[in-house]
Design a protein around this ligand. Sequence first.
Ligand code: MG
Length: 444
Amino acid sequence: MMRRRELFGAAMASTAVAAMVSSKEADAQAASARAARGMPMPKIKDLKVIECAPKGSRLTVVKVITDQDGLYGYGCATFTQRADLIKPAVDLYLKPLLVGRTVDRIEDIWQMSYNSSYWRNGPVENNAISGVDQALWDIKGRMAGMPVYQLLGGKAREGVDLYAHAEGAEISQTIDEAKKFMAQGFRHVRMQVGTPGMAGYGAPRAGNRIPAIHDEPVFEREGAKRRALALFEAARKELGPEIELLHDAHERYTPTEAIQVAKDLEQYRLFFLEDVLSPEDIIWFKNIRAASSTPLAMGELFNSPHEWTPLIKDRLIDYMRMHLSQMGGLTPARKVAAMGEIMSVRTAWHGPGDVSPIGHAAMIHLDLNITNFGIQEFTPFNDAEKAIFKGVPEMRGGYYYANDKPGWGIEIDEAEAAKHPFRKDPLNGGWGVIRLPDGQIIKQ
Ligand code: MG
């Protein structure tokens, strides 16, 4: 009890509002401490879905509430592009399955949830399972009075090395952005540039639209490839040899183009080339591997062990990038990370703005613990997010640091969350189409 109060006492703020929150926290922690001292194991009383969009992206968090006062946990279940489907998956299917179960059996609950739909490894239900799974780890940490990274075995590093996103419509703008991150201490920067006239990925567009025989956003592969090579030629000249540079191809190339890109970029010594193939084409990784020494990162779109297992087993990629709030949560992620350690495949979990701060915290706790950590994608939290998610990981000098509070170390202010509802737009968060000049749809 003393230890728990000391841990939480360190976090108390000086304002009256913060004092009220802290007092609630202390009550919650006292309740969870009772659970940890031989009281009957807490049971799941309710699952609640918290939805908000403080930065535009639709964020979904599952709150698992126990039958012991003040004991609960949070897990990220975000699927921005189909955000309205997560709440029904939790309310209509996981809630009836899980209410009344004890919270300690995380592995058992994961297997139960995974098998309950018979058809498995699909988005939406994977996200819902991820939310419940992360919330149960949060609860276990709160009961133990420990951050989750301690439950996993403790820290293997002091902080989590990050890569930032530099992007611009022009090459000079991207390079200027990279210099700003380098000045903040970042040692790794992802470089994206717009291609004039095209709907590129990860950077704004300049110039007039390229010719096309349709009116929707247009993309042309060869032009994009030439532009990416020009970016890295200029970046190495201007930024020097020491900075680690990354690039996301966002699955836009054909398999043979992907081989060419990996070979052509070799001279610029990338830290990694990401998503140079789409998940449907992963059998081609062995051809790229044989042709090029450019390090390869893949996995943010993977749903299933059928996708990541062959690439890791055969050492065809250097970095696994699965999305913890989509693959099923911390439980499968730590298993795949352990497999990667044996095969010398490192981690680079997917950490964009469409992961909630709870999901970022889950990745960071795992990053702190595993030996084969590679790099973590950095997304800054804005003020609205920080007002909702109190205790988000802190970035200093290009590293993320977790706080040392129990569980993920984050409390959610639900009244603040309610001030930022999902916005309405024609596609409800879904992505629009991008077409080749002749009108054919491309993957994006
Ligand atoms: Mg990506």
